[in-house]
Design a protein around this ligand. Structure first.
Ligand code: FAD
Length: 548
């Protein structure tokens, strides 16, 4: 088989070889002889790059990698990329789900080289033997269990993160998450079901009110955007179609901290809170949800103690946590005390060879952090987040906070402008922290930039190896041949509903209003994704929005 394959490969113009084999043994041998198959498709002498995931980081890597240089294999439970910034709009039908996804095979279509995709989940990374163990639920293999092993020369881990429930009882069973397209579609169905349920005859007022109580847990950008979308959907469309039950609708946002949108400038937070108040969205700050049952949500507040509120539908959006596969991998490489995989500035996972991690599942760890342009500092019971002009964030776990506690005393105990702090004292405290973790925010912007950076390094790798003294090499002992990854912050948006968006651009430029909404549209239109949004805007009641 190998000899035939070599002959085919040496013959110019031949693309394919068909083996006609006799007997099951020969067939099995031919199928298992991976080397022969590699020779056939010309990948025998190329390094094999295995990519886990098809999210922002992995898709960006795929878009930029020169596929003719490597043998590319992708493993992911979904065969498409999702444009997550528009996911909240899918929950209310403003944007159709199909408008925000792109098949992964489409990304590499019409490119030279070998590309293979397997719709499966990787459940174990084995860095010692350079293999990943995968399981597919779309079909079974010869062993009947859908499991298979893929070996790699280079592994790119871009599996993202999962919703963080903080182990709150009842959340997984009773709340919706907003992470995947299916989640957004389920939320949309659920909202409409609540309206239908509330419209049934022989229901008490209390029951109608309960059915139409929509609760969003978490006042971050996703929770806030969803609450704003829902408010518009209810008022612009559903109120006209369900006039009898309109008066029972209530939208609540529950936030454990003192304010919503804390990662944005104070002015944006203030504007959003005032707008929500005007819109009648019930903002419950300083409330921590402790339990969710199928009937009510229990939360605590220092002033009121524990209270339980009945609800119709709840969306849990309190940030992201570590995926089990990453936890297992971190244990193997001696990083078990971290929240995300630590990499160096070239995105190489610390503690193993030829494995790179990017996006939400990874963090760049380094010993020294330059503190010269700090912008704001935010403290919760379990961590401190220091935002340096929005470009990077430093998270410190509670056991690393010692030196900071004196500096961070604030009347409400939640946040303090770093400008008010003595920068020298701050630097001193920072120096006392033994293991400092510089962490970029978990955003699509970071993931996409990391993906394209790494692809460019891979594209130049061969040339660098062949010409080590070439211009790309940074000379000197211990230096790397590529420049380290540097994140370029381009600003952030927070759509607040009612055609108003808050925007914070680099250089402390903050704007909120209708004009920013157009800036937001154009940013996404540039990405070729917002076309359906215009349709949504033109039709005050788009009948399709009402059919999940
Ligand atoms: P993801 O995009 O989550 O991709 C992870 C991939 O890994 C997926 O394809 C998944 O199927 C796959 N995967 C999971 N487990 C496995 C496994 N075991 N084996 C193989 N593959 C696996 N960021 C912004 O910058 N701006 C925004 O406006 C914004 N809005 C957002 C709105 C919403 C509703 C959400 C949920 C997020 C938003 N984000 C936004 C954050 C942004 O989406 C994430 O930071 C980004 O998706 C991270 O990219 P990633 O590639 O690391 O992970």
């Amino acid at each position: 088989v190998r000899r035939a394959a070599e002959a085919v490969r040496r013959t110019p113009g031949w693309q394919k070889v068909v083996f006609i084999v006799a007997g099951a043994g020969t067939l099995t041998y031919a199928c298992q002889d991976n080397r022969a198959l590699q020779i056939c498709d010309g990948t025998g002498n190329k390094k094999k790059v295995v990519i886990l995931g098809t999210g922002w980081a992995s898709a960006s890597f795929l878009r930029n990698i020169d596929t003719s240089l490597y043998d590319i294999h992708v493993v992911s439970p979904r065969n498409y990329f999702t444009f997550t910034p528009l996911l909240p709009s899918v929950t209310c039908g403003t944007v159709e789900a199909r408008s925000i996804v792109e098949p992964v095979r489409n990304i590499v279509r019409k490119r030279n080289g070998t590309f293979r995709f397997w719709e499966a989940e990787c459940f174990k990374i084995d860095p010692t033997n350079k293999k990943v163990h995968c399981r597919s639920d779309v079909g079974t293999n010869i062993d009947g269990n859908g499991e298979f092993v893929v070996d790699y020369d280079y592994l790119i881990v871009g599996v993202g993160a999962r919703p963080n429930t903080f182990n709150t009882p009842g959340v997984t069973e009773n709340c919706h998450f907003l992470k995947e397209v299916e989640d957004a579609q389920n939320i949309r169905k659920s909202v409409l079901k609540c309206f239908e349920r509330a419209s049934l005859p022989n229901l008490s007022e209390e029951e109608r009110r309960k059915n139409l109580h929509f609760v969003v847990i978490g006042g971050g950008p996703t929770g806030v955007e969803f609450a704003a979308e829902l408010h518009d959907f209810v008022n612009e469309d559903l109120a006209k179609l369900y006039p009898d039950v309109k008066k029972y609708v209530n939208i609540s946002v529950i936030e454990a901290g003192g304010h919503i949108l804390t990662m944005f400038d104070k002015r944006i937070t203030q504007f959003a809170e005032e707008k929500f108040k005007r819109d009648g969205i019930d903002l419950k700050t300083n409330f921590k949800v402790v339990k969710v049952s199928d009937k009510d949500i229990t939360m605590t507040n220092p002033a009121t103690g524990e209270i339980a509120v009945p609800y119709g539908m709840a969306v849990w959006s309190t940030g992201v946590g570590t995926r089990p596969i990453i936890m297992d991998f971190m244990k193997q490489v001696g990083q078990e005390d971290r929240r995300a995989l630590a990499t160096d500035e070239w995105l190489r996972v610390q503690g193993c060879e030829d494995v790179y991690a990017l996006g939400d599942c990874a963090t760049i760890a380094q010993r020294k952090v330059m503190v010269c342009s700090c912008y704001s500092i935010f403290k919760t019971s379990h961590r401190i987040t220091i935002s340096l002009y929005g470009t990077l964030e430093l998270y410190l776990k509670s056991n690393q906070m010692k030196g900071f506690n004196d500096l961070l005393k604030d009347s409400d105990g939640n946040s303090k402008e770093l400008k008010e702090l003595n920068i020298e004292q701050f630097k001193k405290a920072l120096a006392q922290v033994d293991s400092q973790v510089k962490m970029l925010p978990a955003t699509a912007q970071v993931a996409a930039q990391e993906g394209s950076y790494l692809a460019n390094c891979f594209n130049k790798m061969k040339a660098c190896e062949e010409n080590p003294e070439g211009p790309l090499r940074i000379r000197g002992a211990g230096r790397h041949r590529f420049k380290p990854f540097r994140y370029r912050h381009l600003g952030q948006f927070a759509p607040l509903g009612g055609e108003q968006t808050a925007c914070q651009l680099p250089g402390d430029w903050v704007h909120v209003g209708h004009s920013t909404q157009w800036l937001w549209y154009s940013a996404y239109a540039r990405l070729g994704k917002a076309i359906h949004l215009w349709k949504g805007l033109q039709q005050p009641i788009d009948s399709n929005r009402l059919i999940p």
